[in-house]
Design a protein around this ligand. Structure first.
Ligand SMILES: Cc1ncc(COP(=O)(O)O)c(C=O)c1O
Length: 341
């Protein structure tokens, strides 16, 4: 029987860990900080779109974010997703294409015409280069770093659009304070020093609950402005890679119908069907492992191959938060999935 103590738990929102803050910054000095990833995508795209231009968003994307962007900009979907091989997109001179670095991998998309914004949310400090230099890069921060909110965007040296995104918003500040409190309580919960899951679970989601209604010109919280860059991201990458290597060693006799793949930002498990995936997810959650689904694509028309990938895959957090102790336990949880896959 594999019982979970709080310190064994893997996945879900980051807890507050001020010990990770360092004096050096990984952020480029031209990077601009805003309230969220969607604010950053908006700023980058709005700065590049010409009159009557359209923002092209790939079909494999977080559709809540697509819907939010559609409220502010003219949007069209184009067919593109992860692990699909090289593909081309032709757009008009006033249009912008969103090129997503899925799971930290280099994008396989080539865009002809218009402008290009790279979405680097899965690994905000990735440094992939492209034959055609992107006109802007944007990312959400709170998925990869222990921050309550925040997005970054940066234009290429050759473009200098006038975009002012800096409106303070007291509802947002309150939501961030609530999320920070949740992150602090989660840190205490993981150390088993008092708080329960009920104490942090709603609070930590406060920022996410406010994302949909947040304005498009929101500035980031003071906390994120102070600390967004102050993390040793190279050390984070090294730790994730060693966690991934250990996880591979520990899962050599995993059920043959389950696939384990490592990407620069995540490890992922792929199952035979959505039913097997869901059963595995429930079994993992019962043991304190919280895998993510990226993304629920059910609200829009997307190619079958992308829907199937989204429906049969689970993403595991194997990042800097975890060490051999949690990874060994994660390995035995995965190995025990034999039969559900
Ligand atoms: C790839 C990607 N880009 C952008 C965003 C938007 O980030 P935020 O939720 O901070 O607005 C998300 C969020 O789900 C995302 O997954």
């Amino acid at each position: 029987v594999i019982t979970a103590s709080p310190s064994d738990e893997v996945g879900s929102d980051h807890h507050l860990d001020l010990t990770l803050i360092t004096t050096r910054s990984w952020l480029h000095r031209d990077a601009r900080l805003v309230g969220s990833g969607r604010n950053a995508l908006f700023a980058a795209a709005a700065g590049l779109l010409g009159n009557d231009g359209i923002l092209y968003i790939p079909t494999y994307f977080c559709h809540d974010v697509t819907s939010w962007l559609e409220r502010h900009l003219p949007v069209k979907l184009f067919n593109h997703g992860p692990f699909e091989g090289e593909s081309d997109l032709k757009i008009g001179p006033t249009d912008v294409a969103l090129m997503v670095e899925y799971f930290g991998d280099r994008s396989s998309l080539t865009v002809e015409g218009g402008s290009v914004v790279v979405d680097r949310t899965h690994l905000p400090w990735a440094n992939h280069s492209y034959h055609r230099r992107p006109d802007a890069v944007a990312a959400s921060l709170r998925k990869a770093l222990p921050l309550p909110d925040g997005g970054i965007y940066q234009f290429a040296d050759s473009v200098h659009p006038e975009i002012e995104i800096n409106r303070p918003n007291f509802m947002w500040e309150d939501a961030v304070s609530e999320t920070m409190l949740g992150m602090g309580l989660k840190a205490q919960y993981l150390r088993s020093v008092g708080p329960t899951k009920q104490d942090f679970i709603n609070r930590i989601k406060s920022v996410e609950r406010h994302l949909v209604d947040a304005s498009h010109d929101l500035r980031s919280s003071d906390f994120t402005r102070a600390f967004a860059g102050q993390f040793e991201v190279d050390a984070f990458d090294r730790k994730r890679r060693s966690n991934q290597e250990l996880l591979c060693l520990l899962t050599t006799d995993i059920d043959e119908s389950i696939g384990l793949t490592n990407t620069p930002s995540h490890s992922m498990l792929t199952f035979r069907s959505i039913e097997h995936r869901n059963a595995a997810r429930d079994a993992m959650i019962a043991r304190g492992v919280y895998p993510a689904i990226l993304w629920d694509l059910s609200s829009r028309l997307v190619p079958d191959q992308q829907r199937r990938f989204a429906d049969t895959t689970l993403f595991l957090a194997v990042d800097h938060r975890y060490g051999p102790r949690q990874i060994e336990r994660l390995g035995s949880v995965i190995t025990s999935l034999t039969g559900t896959g």
